[in-house]
Structures are given as structure tokens and as C-alpha cells.
Ligand binder design. Structure first.
Ligand code: ADP
Length: 490
């Protein structure tokens, strides 16, 4: 599929350090990037290690003074060029993404546009990083607060949104005046490198944006170097809660600032008074998008007794119409899962639910003709709290449906998890909307919608789903330090 690129120059297989495309210190070392739909090898990408990571940190440190010295408007100008280039090359970026990640081409293209929107948003916000003056308590003194860039930033990103998870970390860092080192997921480095190539073309100064590529094993070693570096002042990570905890632990030694966007276990609640068709639309969008591989995917669906049977029936009918296949095939709505481990987890969750009394309404197995990593859209009813799918993120196209009776009962069930990222509910009762929205212990609540994310709003979780917010005007806060000036002798 990569032979079809309009601009083959976007297909990069070397890392970017200090403005140069490089292999690692071990020039022979490469790792394979494969197409999850077919298993075919797409490219051999430079495999960097700890020494290369140290070189990237030095390059970023060297680039920092000049980047921070630029005015916000000057930094924004480079970012706006980068944003425009992402739009201009959206088709090629989508092809690269579908090839290595598997999502349908149209969905990949949407992600390119969504990913680009963070660059535009933070380019605009760069000029609005306002400080403060504070009314004095002593006429002989004046109090001021400056906002200054935090310093060299590192971003470790996942494979489920190969471009957007990079831009929403990198754009606020760059806007604030910080250089960045990106360590993309080993499954999807080609999207990261293509986006970095466009940053180069936009005139990003050498060392301001670095990408270090590595396989799973070296990523762990690189993570240690990033966490233990005194020069790296901020680490942003999106991925599993388990790895987030490791990075937090490793960062304790340098008291590093952390932005963490970790796992979710999103409840999706449908009350008796909901608009049922709208709730089914929302559940489909929230559950099956990206084959269920997003951290805000509905993970537990709660349907109130009065509408339960009708909801399950309608959801299954609509889910049955989802076309599964290779992301490059026209009309395909759901691609493969990312790897064999992902398939194994989904199969384990389904088997566990059925063994514990769940009722299979739809799917439940790999696609009969495609096999491999293609899993059919699945609906399971009669789900209970003891099942794995109620406690862990399934990260696949499986909709487990619980039946519930009362509002109090469902709020307690929804909150009974260590996670707190996204939540959703459907109701037309204004009193209930406020009660439930306030009671859900989640960073984000979708009310009568299954899609909540856009660059303008603060995305993030509470409890063990993470730290900090991405996007919105608050998204830049993690990348600036407050400096208090106390001016005496007035
Ligand atoms: P997922 O379950 O979505 O694959 P992970 O949390 O395993 O998510 O991975 C997300 C990112 O974290 C990837 O870039 C991966 O290479 C990186 N990663 C995984 N384990 C570690 C680790 N121990 N230290 C640093 N980075 C890691």
C-alpha cells in the first residue's frame, strides 16, 4: 500500500535528531513495521537505544535557548505552516496510518485532520500565554507572575492514534517554547516520522522536534533514560495505566513534571427516558470506532430495565451491519486489531463473560472468512460485575450490556473502578442530567453523545486514569512554569 504515496518523500525510516535523519549508534540495527491486516512487512525502521536517546536530549537542550527566545508569534508561524502541510498531505498520511495501524482509510484521514487541529489550536494559543499582576499587600512592593517554558519535554505515545496523540503533546510544548523528543509506539513509527518530515519542511529549527524510534525492548531502555535525565523537565505519556505507573516511579528521582493519559473503563448509561435511537447511535460511535481501540471507548454499557431489551436488539442490529475488512477496501468500517495480543485479550474477555453466564447476542469470534486479527462486532447481554470485561479495558469491538433498575445503583456501579477517564449517559430529564453528570467520578462526561473529543476542550482523567489535561487553553499549562517576581523598593 505504501507504493501508492503521492509523495514518497514522506516515507521515512530513520530517526530525527538535531535536524538530521539518522540511524542509531548501531547503524545496522532495525526493526520491522508490519501491516496488522496482513502481517506483511512494510518497512525496516532505525532501532535506537539509550545512547541515541542521550544524543536527542542534548540536541533538544541545545535548541532550547533559540526556540524560547523567539516570540510566540514567530513560533506560531512555523506551527501554522506545519498544520497546513498536514492538511495538504492528509491523503498520504492516512495511507501510511492505515498501512501500519489498520484503521479504515476514511477514519485515518479524519485522524490526520483531528491531529492537525491541535497544531492549529496551540499555534493560536501561543500568543495567549498570559502572566498576571497581583494587587499588592505592601505599597513598597509589586507582585508579578511570569509564565516560562518548562524546558526539554519528552512524549511517549501509543499506536491507537499514531498522529493525534503526538500532536496534542508536541503542539502545546512547542507553543510554550519547549523543544521535544518523541518516542512513538513501535507499531506505528512511520506516521510519526512522516509528520516529523513535514515539521522539517515547515521550517522547524534543528533539535526543536526530535523523533527517536525503537522496538518494544529498546523503548523500555529509552524510557529509563528519559525519566532519569535532569535535562528532560517534563514527560507526557499516553498508554496503559501499568506503563504509566512505571514511568511515574522512574521519574520520581528527578521530580519530573508528568502528564499522563492512561487507561479508562468508560461506562455508557442509557436511562429509560433516553432517546433510544440516539443512544444506539452514540453507543455504536463510542464502542466500535477504531475497532474499539480507544481509551474513551464505551467499555461497560448499562441499560435501564424499561428499555434494556429494545436497546440490546437495536444495538445488535446496527452492529451486525458494520463491515469488517482491510482498511484500504472501500466501504470497510472496522479494520483489524493491532496485534495478536489484542485479539487474545478480546477472546479472553468474551470467553470469560460467556463462562460466567453472559448471553452472546452478536459476534463473539474472529471474522469467519478474514480470520487473523479481524474480530466481528460483538454484543453480550447479561453482564455482571464479576466478569473481566466489567473490570478491565477490553480494547476491542465487544459491547457488554448490564441491566440496571435505579439511578443510584448505576452511579455506584459506574464509579466502582480505579479508572476515571470518559463516561457517557443518555437521558432527556434535565434534573437527572445534572445529578448524574455531577456524580460521575470521571474527567469527561458525554451527555446524549458518544463523541466528545476536539482540540478546544480539556481531555483527561481523574483517579488512576491520569494527570493533567490535553487540548483546550489549559493544555498548555503543563508546559509552562509559573515564576513569581516580588519587586521591592518602589
Ligand atoms: P499499549 O497497551 O497501548 O500498547 P503501552 O502502554 O504498552 O500501550 O505503550 C504505549 C507506549 O509506551 C509505546 O510507545 C511503548 O513503546 C511505550 N512503552 C511501553 N513500555 C514502556 C516502558 N517500560 N518504558 C517506556 N516506554 C514504554
Amino acid at each position: 500500500p505504501l507504493a501508492l504515496l503521492e509523495d514518497p518523500g514522506l516515507l521515512k525510516t530513520e530517526a530525527l535528531i538535531g535536524g538530521a535523519w539518522v540511524t542509531g549508534q548501531d547503524v545496522q540495527a532495525r526493526f520491522a513495521v508490519t501491516d496488522p491486516a496482513t502481517g506483511a512487512e512494510l518497512a525496516q525502521v532505525a532501532k535506537l537505544g539509550p545512547v541515541d536517546c542521550a544524543a536527542a536530549i542534548s540536541a533538544a537542550e541545545k535548541a532550547w535557548p533559540a526556540w524560547r527566545a523567539r516570540t510566540a508569534k514567530e513560533r506560531a508561524a512555523v506551527m501554522m505552516k506545519w498544520f497546513q502541510l498536514l492538511h495538504r498531505h492528509a491523503d498520504d498520511l492516512a495511507r501510511i496510518m492505515t498501512a501500519e495501524q489498520g484503521k479504515p482509510l476514511a477514519e485515518a484521514r479524519s485522524e490526520v485532520i483531528y491531529g492537525a487541529s491541535f497544531i492549529e489550536w496551540f499555534a493560536e494559543e501561543a500568543r495567549r500565554v498570559y502572566g498576571e499582576t497581583i494587587p499588592t499587600t505592601d505599597n513598597n512592593k509589586r507582585y508579578l507572575v511570569l509564565k516560562q517554558p518548562v524546558g526539554v519535554c519528552a512524549a511517549i505515545t501509543p499506536w491507537n492514534f499514531p498522529i493525534a496523540m503526538i500532536t496534542r503533546k508536541v503542539a502545546p510544548a512547542l507553543a510554550a517554547g519547549c523543544p521535544v523528543i518523541i518516542k512513538p509506539a513501535e507499531q506505528t513509527p512511520l506516521s510519526a516520522l512522516a509528520v516529523a518530515e513535514l515539521a522539517q519542511r515547515a521550517g522547524m529549527p534543528a533539535g526543536v522536534l526530535n523523533v527517536i524510534t525503537a522496538d518494544a525492548e529498546n523503548s523500555i531502555e529509552i524510557g529509563k533514560v528519559l525519566c532519569s535525565s535532569d535535562v528532560v523537565r517534563h514527560l507526557s505519556f499516553t498508554g496503559s495505566t501499568e506503563v504509566g505507573r512505571i514511568l511515574a516511579r522512574q521519574s520520581a528521582g528527578t521530580v519530573k513534571k508528568l502528564s499522563l493519559e492512561l487507561g479508562g473503563n468508560a461506562p455508557f448509561i442509557v436511562f429509560d427516558d433516553a432517546d433510544l435511537d440516539s443512544a444506539v447511535d452514540g453507543a455504536l460511535a463510542s464502542k466500535y470506532r477504531n475497532a474499539g481501540q480507544t481509551c474513551v471507548c464505551a467499555n461497560r454499557i448499562y441499560a435501564q430495565a424499561g428499555i434494556h431489551d429494545a436497546f440490546v436488539e437495536k444495538l445488535a442490529a446496527r452492529a451486525a451491519a458494520i463491515t469488517v475488512g482491510n482498511g484500504f477496501t472501500a466501504g470497510v468500517m472496522q479494520g483489524p486489531l493491532i496485534d495478536d495480543a489484542a485479539i487474545a485479550k478480546v477472546e479472553a474477555h468474551v470467553a470469560d463473560a460467556l463462562a460466567k453466564g453472559g448471553r452472546l447476542v452478536l459476534g463473539g469470534e474472529r471474522d469467519a472468512t478474514l480470520g487473523g486479527r479481524f474480530f466481528t462486532p460483538t454484543v453480550i447481554a447479561g453482564v455482571t460485575d464479576e466478569m473481566l470485561c466489567a473490570r478491565e479495558e477490553t480494547f476491542g469491538p465487544v459491547a457488554p450490556v448490564f441491566r440496571f433498575e435505579t439511578e443510584a445503583e448505576v452511579i455506584a456501579a459506574a464509579n466502582a473502578t480505579e479508572f476515571g477517564l470518559a463516561s457517557y449517559f443518555y437521558s432527556r430529564d434535565i434534573g437527572r442530567i445534572f445529578r448524574v453528570a455531577e456524580a460521575l467520578e470521571y474527567g469527561m462526561v458525554g451527555i446524549n453523545t458518544g463523541l466528545i473529543s476536539t482540540a478546544e476542550v480539556p481531555f483527561g482523567g481523574v483517579k488512576q486514569s491520569g494527570l493533567g489535561r490535553e487540548g483546550a487553553r489549559q493544555g498548555i499549562d503543563d508546559y509552562v512554569e509559573l515564576k513569581y517576581l516580588c519587586l521591592g523598593d518602589i
